[in-house]
Design a protein. Structure first.
Lengths: 344, 311
């Protein structure tokens, strides 16, 4: 299936300067995003998943910048954008973002309706009664009942789940091509989480959006994702269809992530964990960044960074274990049992 | 079951909040016992009152009715200073929001040793430093972090600091209020293992407050499901997962994400509608339907649940 990517990031490098030192949270990341799909980016905190996607909308902190690579979107390399006015044409309008914490991403001093209307007026140039009407429609669309009245309410009058719906309404108000959801349900209850995921899925279908999820919850990933990219220390270590990642993972880091799920735990026995901590990004990383924590590490892992090995045309992983010369390792026992266990 | 020593007992607990003249009953008619050495979980959605119960046990929220008995002594309401101090040290809490629970202006070193200072639980300065260092290492942080401030850490790291702060006091009973909701999967596993390890080594008892049932199943011995301030079902954790009876428990279970794309994409959510219960004529009660398995319902519903068990 030859699909055209809607957004194509190539060899992206991002550098932050901190107190005179430089650190690279993103080291040569490439990612293609196809129209209409749902891609999930998974990884630990600090793996760079948020920073990477923030670079798509020019929202890096002031001390950070894209120092290499390109991001092609609608025929333009947006990685070259430096002016805020350039970004304003993209951010919120064509690529919108939903943040993790609905408590902090809304303005507590402004009524909900105004906050949605503001976006519509700014990006679509619609003013007055018409934009108000659109804002109310948007509220209805995200499942808020009695929208005309709730338009006039403040964020503190909404529950966490409702607030997240409002944040989604703001993000979707301009019919963006791409919606980036950064841990949209982490702050919410399981029951509300299921509703929000459903809502995003329905909006996606209705508005033909492409959605990127950033999450560390593999249960959520299984629920929403068509494709999954696993990030570690600023690199994408494995990417593939959801089925390929869950049933046929090849990278030891993906194995470790999957086997540390509490769902796979046996009571009375410790859960499998990933020992150690992610690498210090101030230092030059030699070889495979995951090698020091990898129980399957080969000698070459400490010397040379592995290239991508293709498993199928849609599935590739960045580990020397896939080299024909490498000894054969099986995925840990716990993951092989994943499917049987989950069927119960 | 009978031989187990009861560490904490909650009897007919009611907690009300007053807002001007209006009264709001947050927790009503709650009864449970926690045995020494077990992990007891309270599960429910936000606003169900699970945190309020935890806070009442640690004497943050006053109670209106009922008793909380810890180690054979009543600890709610008015108690003498000595017992108060004992409760403060023996019961520790790990809070929900790591962003709000750490003093922004204190270094990690001070935050973790604040309890040690208050109770003089260290020999000398070096002993205190070692204790802080060990506590940091135990929760997966580097000892160097002691000289930093909370704002330098991510949410996950902050929560680990909160856990270190509770564990350093050597408590008997730990109330963990959503301690891992903010953590990464891999860190979650580490923290769960740590909590389990400490439980075995020091014979700790946990009250685990959570909304994520997948985690709760792994860690707890018994689970109580709470909805709108009332416990609707209580059972051994495997029993609860395999044979849930109350419709609210069923809906919670159906919302748990399963890490398997094929199963997860086909699954159906069960929605719980509280108006399905008609308690106007037939009053509900708290019934032990099977040994150790309690459920809340009226006679008609209990009969239905019994039938379900037999089928």
């Amino acid at each position: 299936m030859e699909r055209q990517p809607i957004l194509s990031a190539k060899d992206i490098e991002i550098t932050f300067s901190m107190r005179g030192k430089y650190l690279k949270p993103i080291r040569k990341c490439s990612l293609d995003l196809y129209e209409g799909e749902t891609l999930a980016i998974v990884g630990e905190s600090g793996s760079g998943k948020s920073v990477f996607t923030k670079s798509f909308i020019g929202m890096l902190d002031n001390n950070g910048s894209i120092t290499g690579g390109s991001i092609m979107f609608e025929g333009v390399d947006i990685a070259k954008y430096t002016k805020e006015s350039d970004w304003l044409k993209i951010r919120g309008k064509k690529i919108a973002m939903v943040f993790q914490d609905p408590m902090t991403s809304l303005n507590p001093l402004k009524i909900i309706g105004e906050q949605i209307r503001e976006v519509i007026e700014l990006h679509q140039g619609i003013k007055g009664e018409e934009s108000k009407q659109m804002a109310i429609e948007m509220l209805e669309k995200v499942g808020i009942t009695d929208a005309a009245n709730r338009y006039n309410q403040y964020p503190h009058q909404f529950s966490g789940g409702m607030r997240q719906r409002v944040v989604i309404a703001i993000a979707a108000a301009c019919f963006p091509k791409i919606l980036i959801c950064d841990e949209p349900t982490t702050a919410l209850d399981v029951t509300i989480q299921a509703q929000i995921l459903d809502l995003i899925r329905n909006l996606q279908k209705e508005m033909g959006m492409t959605v990127i999820y950033i999450t560390h919850d593999l249960g959520v990933v299984a629920n929403v994702a068509d494709r999954v990219a696993v990030m570690y220390a600023g690199e994408i270590v494995e990417v593939g269809n959801a089925e390929e990642i869950f049933y046929d993972a090849r990278h030891p880091y993906t194995w470790a992530l999957l086997s540390s799920l509490p769902q796979l735990g046996v009571k009375g026995e410790p859960l499998s964990t990933i020992e150690g901590t992610p690498p210090n990004l101030y230092q030059e990383i030699k070889g495979d960044a995951f090698a020091p924590r990898n129980t399957h590490a080969l000698r070459i892992d400490f010397i040379e960074n592995p290239p991508y090995f293709e498993v199928t045309p849609t599935h590739k992983a960045k580990t020397w274990l896939l080299d024909p010369r490498a000894p054969k390792y099986e995925a840990p026992h716990a993951i092989q049992k994943l499917r049987d266990k989950m069927k119960k | 079951m009978e031989n187990k020593e009861v560490l904490l007992e909650v009897k007919d607990l009611q907690i009300t909040f007053k807002n001007g003249r209006r009264e709001f009953v947050a927790v009503d008619d709650v009864n449970f016992e926690i045995y020494r050495g077990e992990t007891f979980s309270l599960v429910g959605e936000s606003g169900s009152g699970k945190t309020t119960i935890g806070r009442a046990i640690i004497r943050i929220n006053p109670t209106t009715k009922g008793e909380i008995i810890f180690n054979g002594k009543k600890i709610n309401g008015k108690i003498d200073k000595k017992l108060d101090r004992e409760v403060i040290q023996k019961i520790q809490m790990i809070f929900q929001d790591p962003m709000a629970s750490l003093n922004e202006r204190a270094k990690i070193d001070y935050i973790i040793s604040e309890g040690l200072y208050n109770f003089h639980l260290y020999k000398d300065e070096e002993d205190r430093k070692n204790k802080v260092e060990d506590a940091l290492k135990e929760v997966g942080l580097l000892p160097e972090f002691a000289s930093r401030f909370p704002h330098e850490f991510s949410g996950g790291q902050r929560q680990r600091i909160g856990i270190a702060r509770a564990l350093i006091m050597d408590p008997e009973f730990v109330i963990a209020d959503e301690p891992i909701s903010a953590l990464d999967v891999s860190i979650r596993a580490q923290v769960l293992n740590l909590l389990n390890k400490l439980k075995k080594e020091k014979n700790l008892t946990y009250l685990f407050i959570a909304h994520d049932l997948s985690v709760v199943r792994f860690i707890s011995d018994r689970i109580a499901v709470i909805h709108k301030g009332r416990i609707v079902e209580l059972a051994d954790s495997e029993e609860l997962f395999l044979h849930p009876l109350h419709p609210y428990t069923k809906s919670l279970l159906s919302a748990v994400p399963i890490p398997d794309p094929q199963i997860e994409k086909q699954k159906k959510l069960l929605v719980y509608d509280p108006s399905m219960h008609d308690y106007s004529v037939n009053k509900p009660s708290w019934v032990e339907i099977l040994p150790g398995h309690f459920v809340y319902g009226n006679e008609e519903e209990i009969a239905g649940y019994r039938k379900e068990i037999n089928d």
